[in-house]
Design a protein around this ligand. Structure first.
Ligand code: GDP
Ligand code: MG
Length: 736
């Protein structure tokens, strides 16, 4: 016998973990028809019953406010799974039961997996499982999805529901007199007209009309416009009444009563707190100060600034080691390889390119360590909590803060998971505004770009500059959000309820794992993607090289110089001793020879495919102070932002004539003509705001459900970045 069972629950309740524990390798991933929400299916066998297990998208509710909710609900009512396994986070029971209540309202056969029992245990939360099961009228099985505990018992219960063809009558709770009366009145009309009753319970349809559910309303409108209108009239009447008497709207009243129902259910002795909750008390005390209106923001600024100070200070020495190592590697290559393309590829393309990115590993690692400490201790949740108020002013949501932080809001994140994290936002408009602005954050790939420029031009004030960069990116993101929310994605803000987890002392092991995982990601990316792009860009910067006629011109210059030089001096230069030991005359000739070589190298680079492209762009980009080398780097940066550093590394290495004297890229930039602190600042501003990297653009398009938004973020961000960089450069030029 075959049966379909659905796994449903809040995001992060452990659905996917349980799904994997149940189905192991017997699973496949597809999409729900017509939408981009991922659909995972797998199978589980038990005593002659073959169960097709579906992992539904995580939702907090079953109202059609978000795509996930619509997908989950449609699956339940259309595919009619024989059992819904509702995964409930035991350590967060009250909040999770909100969704459970809605399954019961819908009247689907439910079996509860009370998951995360280990965490509940640790927090001293004891749950009376029998009582909970009796009060809800459904089986409840304790599980720890992470290690598979309880999965057999759970599936046995699910199988029983399937075999007994258990039917549930929809749960009807009281939503207060006003709503209850309206529901009854509407239910009568619905039953009499057989209005969508084949698919949904009658009172449930009425409830959805009251909750302003777009999907049900438009379905109803199609099926029976007259009847739909009648229902809407009743809704309007109740809404007006509730607005007058309670100053609110039906959805809020319904939600309040659901929570009230859960509260009273739990108060009947379902939960016992074993230990005294002293840790919670301490947390509360700390929060009085840390989230205080005045002290809170100051502490937050001090924490972020402290993190930068700490990272820059302690990474300085190991960064020096790495740079010395790459310098040594370049020197060896130069000594042992014959001149030619291979040597140029290794020194300029690989060591100059990837080496520049890898050189910052210590800095990245310290930043990751700092972030891991803030995250594991529970402080980041406070940051989100405090910024919620600010964010709402700009048309974003409290959950947007998390998305910003994941994208690198404080340091070293990535916009791809940041964009994905917007899935927890219920309102599609707030979600869109968040995923379009999250890429302005300083992701781990932009960090080496900033670190390079700051080291070259603002060496004394590194932490301060980093802090300013962070402020600019947040400020810019919020202003753009406001702009979007008052123009193309206008709409109301939705409320935000956030529970603050208790503070915890991070464990050494936890920190080490977090830090290492992220650092390893960075190193891996440098060694694969960035390496590949560097080699490609090296080729584009090397070919076609100078035409023979021009090469001869430089050769003639050299010959002319040498023919006018005495044989003793030539002998001195040929001996290739230390520069400082040469005679004045020999030094002079050597300098002029170096000058000719440098001129040739630069002409060759400028004549390469990438060089010509960069030079063409110069017509526009000179307004912002970017020369052709910077242009090549920025275009390469669209593939991945680290490429800005690697391309500059390759470009300045190719133009270099004397690789024995290996200098740091930051030193080269600091002394290169055309560079100044102002150009650096302009480039920093551009890097913060311009088009997200390619992978992020794909992700934005997918999450926003249309390529239009991917293209929008590329074009809009680049134009914005260019305008800002130009403004900074032009105003700065006038002032200085
Ligand atoms: P989903 O969003 O519902 O699919 O949740 P996931 O399956 O991705 O789980 C979210 C996080 O909770 C992951 O880090 C899991 O490893 C963890 N997790 C899941 N179940 C348990 C559990 O029973 N105990 C503990 N301690 N962690 C769990
Ligand atoms: Mg999941």
């Amino acid at each position: 016998m075959n049966a379909t069972i659905a796994l449903a629950g809040n995001p992060n309740s452990g659905k996917t973990t349980l799904f994997n524990a149940l189905t192991g390798a017997r699973q496949h991933v597809g999409n729900y028809p017509g939408v981009t929400v991922e659909k995972k299916e797998g199978s589980y066998r038990i005593e002659g019953l073959n169960m097709n297990v579906v992992d539904l998208p995580g939702t907090y509710s079953l109202t059609a406010y978000s795509l996930e909710e619509v997908v989950a609900r449609d699956f339940l009512v259309q595919e009619k799974p024989q059992t819904v396994v509702n995964i409930v986070d035991a350590s967060n029971l009250e909040r999770n039961l909100y969704l459970t209540i809605q399954f019961l309202e819908l009247g689907v056969p439910v079996c509860i997996a009370l998951n995360m029992m280990d965490i509940a245990e640790k927090r001293g939360i004891e749950i009376d499982i029998k009582k909970l099961s009796a009060l809800l009228g459904v089986p409840v099985v304790p599980t720890v999805a992470r290690n598979g505990t309880g999965k057999q018992e759970l599936m046995a219960e699910a199988a029983e529901i399937v075999l007994k063809q258990f039917k549930m009558s929809p749960l009807e709770i009281s939503y207060g007199d006003d709503i209850d009366n309206a529901l009854n009145e509407m239910a009568v009309i619905i039953r009499a007209g057989r209005f969508m009753t084949d698919t949904y319970p009658d009172q449930w349809i009425a409830l959805k009309y009251l909750e302003n559910d777009e999907q049900i309303r438009s379905l109803g409108q199609k099926q029976n416009p007259g009847l739909s209108k009648k229902l809407k009239k009743i809704v309007d009447r109740v809404s007006a009444h509730i607005s007058r008497t309670l100053n609110t709207y039906p959805e809020a009243v319904i939600a309040d009563h659901r929570y009230g129902y859960i509260k009273s259910l739990i108060r009947q002795g379902v939960i016992h707190y074993r230990q005294d909750q002293s840790r919670l008390h301490i947390s509360d005390k700390i929060d009085k100060i840390v989230t205080n209106r005045l002290a809170g923001p100051l502490i937050m600024i001090a924490v972020i600034f402290g993190l930068y100070q700490f990272s820059f200070t302690y990474s300085e020495v190991p960064i020096g080691w790495l740079e010395a190592f790459f310098g040594w590697l370049g020197g060896i290559t130069d000594t042992y390889l014959p001149d030619g393309l291979i040597k140029s590829l290794i020194i300029s393309g690989i060591i100059g390119g990837v080496g520049g990115v890898l050189g910052f590993v210590p800095l990245i690692m310290f930043m990751f360590l700092g972030i891991a400490m803030l995250e594991d201790s529970g402080y980041l949740a406070r940051v989100a909590f405090m910024l919620d108020r600010v964010f709402r002013l700009f048309g974003l949501h409290g959950s947007s803060v998390m998305s910003f932080i994941i994208s690198g809001g404080i340091a070293g994140g990535c916009a791809v998971p940041g964009v994905m994290a917007t899935r927890t936002l219920k309102s599609p408009k707030e979600r869109l505004a968040t995923l379009l602005t999250a890429p302005f954050m300083n992701c781990g790939a932009k960090l080496p770009v900033f670190a390079l420029l700051v080291a070259a031009f603002f060496a004394e004030k590194e932490a301060m500059m980093m802090f300013i960069i962070t402020m600019i990116s947040w400020g810019g993101a919020l202003l753009v959000a406001k702009l979007l929310r008052t123009t193309i994605i206008k709409g109301e803000s939705t409320p935000f309820i956030m529970e603050l987890p208790p503070y915890r002392l991070p464990t050494f092991k936890g920190l080490a794992i977090h830090t290492w995982e992220r650092t390893w990601q960075y190193i891996k990316k440098a060694g694969t993607v960035i390496l590949g792009i560097s080699i490609m860009l090296w080729a584009m910067m090397t070919f076609p090289g100078l035409p023979e006629s021009q090469k001869q011109l430089y050769e003639q210059q050299r010959q002319m110089l040498l023919s006018g030089t005495g044989s003793t001096v030539i002998g001195e230069i040929r001996a290739a001793g230390e520069y400082s030991e040469l005679s004045e005359a020999a030094k002079d000739v050597k300098d002029r020879l170096t000058g000719i070589d440098a001129g040739e190298a630069e002409a060759a680079l400028k004549n390469s495919v990438a060089g010509r492209f960069g030079t063409t762009l110069e017509n526009v980009t000179q307004l912002a102070g970017f020369d052709w080398r910077t242009n090549m780097a920025l275009v390469g940066g669209f593939a991945a932002k680290e490429v800005v550093v690697s391309t500059l590394g390759t470009a300045y290495s190719l133009g270099e004539v004397d690789p024995e004297e290996t200098r740091l890229l930051s030193d080269k930039l600091a002394s290169a003509p055309g560079w100044s602190p102002l150009t650096a600042l302009s480039l920093i501003i551009f890097t913060i705001f311009y088009a997200p990297c390619f992978v992020t653009v794909v992700c934005i398009a997918r999450e926003a459900g249309s390529w239009k938004w991917g293209v929008f973020s590329m074009v809009f961000n680049t134009v914005l970045a260019f305008l800002l960089a130009t403004a900074v450069y032009q105003i700065g030029s006038v002032l200085i």
